[in-house]
Design a protein around this ligand. Structure first.
Ligand SMILES: Cc1ncc(COP(=O)(O)O)c(C=O)c1O
Length: 403
């Protein structure tokens, strides 16, 4: 139908709820590798991976086949945690095999927010404490619990009352670690702050945080929803920065290989807490959906089989972006953790405009929730050197237009 894109567009604006007054509004027909193809025949280089989801790129054959195979066997059969479903068991076993021994039990949920909800609840339930600490400019999700963890008053004010007894420490401030006490149930932190604009931990900061948590009996929760699965150049960011092992690790985004899935991972001993006082202390109907777990399993297998090109090479590819952009006069600072990159222009207006300039040129980038002077580059890990060279050229041309 000739006018179909325009009809769909109208219906999109009429019937699909939007969260901003200026949604990108691209109608995507197909996505393959690092490219999205729009209904009006344009090709877009994806430099954001659906916000750190499509780490394997779009249309990975093995993941797609696994989804098809599983849906032919069974999709949903029973609420989470009751039946033995092979995609879940195989995925949990494989995930546990690449994590430290203390992270050997996986609780599957539907999203990053729900993973963080479950992790904080587990910390409260096991420690019997009520106080929770998170970081300035953190983002852990949009549910009311996760919203309570945010520091941004702008985001929280319209939704109060929120959870009480939440405090904040400044990311990278060893001084603020004194706020962690024997009343603290947990500290939840992104080892690299994503929406804060790729804030990287100073050497020793996370080790000092771990030490303080150990001294006070507070749980340490790492939110690796955005940094997990190769994004920072290690399978998980905790391996990269001080080698600190959290008590609870939360995952989502790339976990599901493009399907919606979250998880929090802790020791089997801790997870037993869900079975009593009260039993069913956290339940979820669709958590660990068999089709999502089949996708996650295929995705993790693929990533492990291609670890050299995908994960181990992310830092080198990141350097291609950084070296290609750092000498542009408008670029004031670049913060990079593997292929999670913030290009800081120290200018909100220019950082806002560049996204549209690049979009016109067929390159998709993004902003950060809490760092308005930067724009984001987080491509699928499969991006090739020549695609990076092309992206850098396009970004430099857009920067030139803003100069
Ligand atoms: C670090 C981090 N945690 C949690 C979330 C929330 O995940 P979800 O949108 O799946 O609820 C996000 C989403 O951007 C995130 O970046």
């Amino acid at each position: 139908m000739k006018n179909e894109p325009f009809i769909l567009r109208d219906l999109f604006f009429k019937h699909v709820a939007q969260t901003s007054s200026l949604p990108l509004g691209l109608e995507i027909r197909e996505a393959k590798g690092v490219y999205l193809y729009s209904a009006d025949g344009r090709k877009f280089l994806d430099l954001i991976s659906g916000v750190s989801v499509s780490n394997l790129g779009h249309g990975n054959k093995e993941v797609a086949e696994a989804v098809k195979r599983q849906i032919d066997k069974y999709a949903h059969i029973m609420v989470y945690g009751e039946m033995i479903e092979s995609p879940q068991v195989e995925h949990a076993s494989l995930l546990a095999s690449i994590l430290p021994p203390s992270l050997n039990s996986v609780y599957y949920v539907n999203s990053g927010s729900e993973a963080n909800e479950g992790a904080v609840k587990l910390a409260k339930r096991v420690t019997g404490r009520r106080e929770v600490l998170s970081c300035n400019n953190c983002y852990h999700g949009s549910s009311q619990g996760c919203l309570s963890l945010m520091s941004s008053e702008e985001f929280k004010r319209p939704f109060r009352p929120l959870l009480p007894m939440i405090g904040h420490i400044r990311f990278n401030s060893t001084e603020d670690l004194c706020l962690i006490t024997d009343k603290t149930a947990c500290v939840i932190i992104e080892p690299v702050q994503g929406e804060g604009g790729v804030q990287i931990p100073k050497p020793g900061y996370l080790a000092a945080l771990r030490k303080k948590c150990d001294e006070t009996g507070a749980f340490l929760i790492y939110d690796e929803v955005q940094t997990g699965f190769g994004r920072t150049g290690k399978m998980f960011a905790f391996e990269k920065y001080d080698g600190v092992v959290p008590d609870i690790l939360t995952l989502a985004k790339a976990l599901g290989g493009g399907m919606p899935m979250g998880a929090f991972v802790a020791s089997g001993e801790l997870m037993k807490a869900w079975q009593s006082d009260p039993p069913l202390g956290h339940i979820t109907t669709f958590g660990g959906h068999p089709v999502c777990c089949a996708a996650a399993l295929a995705s993790l297998r693929y990533m492990l089989a291609h670890k050299k090109e995908l994960v181990d090479d992310a830092e080198r590819k990141s350097a291609l972006f950084v070296d290609g952009l750092k000498d542009h006069p408008l670029v004031k600072e670049i913060r990079a953790a593997g292929l999670l990159i913030a290009v800081d222009l120290h200018d909100c207006d220019k950082a806002k405009k560049i996204l549209y300039l690049l979009l016109d040129e067929g390159v998709i980038t993004d902003w950060f929730l809490f760092q308005p002077t930067s724009f984001r580059i987080a491509p699928p890990l499969i991006i090739s050197d020549s695609e990076i060279v092309y992206a850098v050229k396009k970004i430099r041309e857009a920067l030139d237009k803003l100069a």
